[in-house]
Write a protein that binds this ligand. Sequence first.
Ligand code: PHE
Length: 379
Amino acid sequence: MKHTCIFLIGFFIISLLSCEKEQAQIRVGGIFPLTGASATFGHSSKAGMQLAVDEFNAKGGIEINGQKLLIAPIYDDTAGQPEQAANVCRKQIDQNSVVAIVGAVMSKNSLAMAPICQSKQIPMISPSSTNPEVTEKGDFIFRACFIDSFQGIIIAEYAYKKLNLRKAAVLFDNGNDYNKGLAQFFEEQFKNLGGEIVASEAFTDEDKTVDFRAQLTTIKAAKPEFLYLPNYYAASATILMQAKELGLDIPVGGGDGWDSPKLVEIGGQAVENGVFTNHFSKDDPRPEVQNFIRKYKEEEGDAPDSLASLAYDAAFVLFSAIEKAGSLSGVAIRDALKATQLQGVTGNISFDEKRNPVKSAVILQIRDGQQQYLTTIAP
Ligand code: PHE
């Protein structure tokens, strides 16, 4: 009996081990805001990344040392909080043994994760964090999107040159790297062009702030002709509703943080005619874009937003780099990433010396509750 038991236990351990070997996989992290005030960003990003995973796995996975391995994504939630982003990042590297990470979305979360990935030599590619500092954290940190100096400048030029406006006001979350940076880039460029910033008002923590009336009253008294709101969708929509209530009805603009169906759901008429910079437009006729929209709709029902498209591109770029490296070593994947050159859904992706892609932006306008394409701006 005793011998049978030992035999059975031994057999059990051996099968476990061989099972482990048979199921060798490439573990890749996906870290997004799946809950919290910006949860639509997380939902779209996860869905976009999963499409890239499915595509690579459908062709048998990626060949490493002569063996085809499937990609096993591990998704975690930042809840939009830097501390939680850092914790799940550490967990994915130390406990889940991921070879690379796609994430985060919000710049403040990527800024919390980047030093960890850098010190552990785990390549990280943020699909959508646009704050310039993110990739400055080190040579293992990449992104798939343009940066905020670019999108801030675009709207300043649009307001000054296209709309011919000379007095602008800004209202932004000064506890958030993305909002703060974008406000600064817009203000600098608007002034460079000869315009005047008549009010620059701030608040803290857009996830919790619900009343912007004090700042809006100050802004209204300064008589701006244009209002720039470089915040995420929930705060921007609420601000616009309160602005209209206070009788501040002037042309408004924002950044990629506006890209959510919730902007219109929350803001309704108040967000009508607002313009914002974004990473892609559903109206782009390129086959990469139209094929992706079709595939995404099959899976998700809705059309993709820029978060989904960027996460798909970021994951695709990463998996192509792993394929080219033929290795799961962080250094080899990083080197292959650096040499990337591919045409993605959101445009051409090849990295400059700071591991930022040089890409075009689009300007969209909310008309009849829909995102309308206005124009494309090349870098
Ligand atoms: N660029 C934003 C950030 O850095 C995130 C974002 C990207 C939001 C694209 C919407 C669309 O925080």
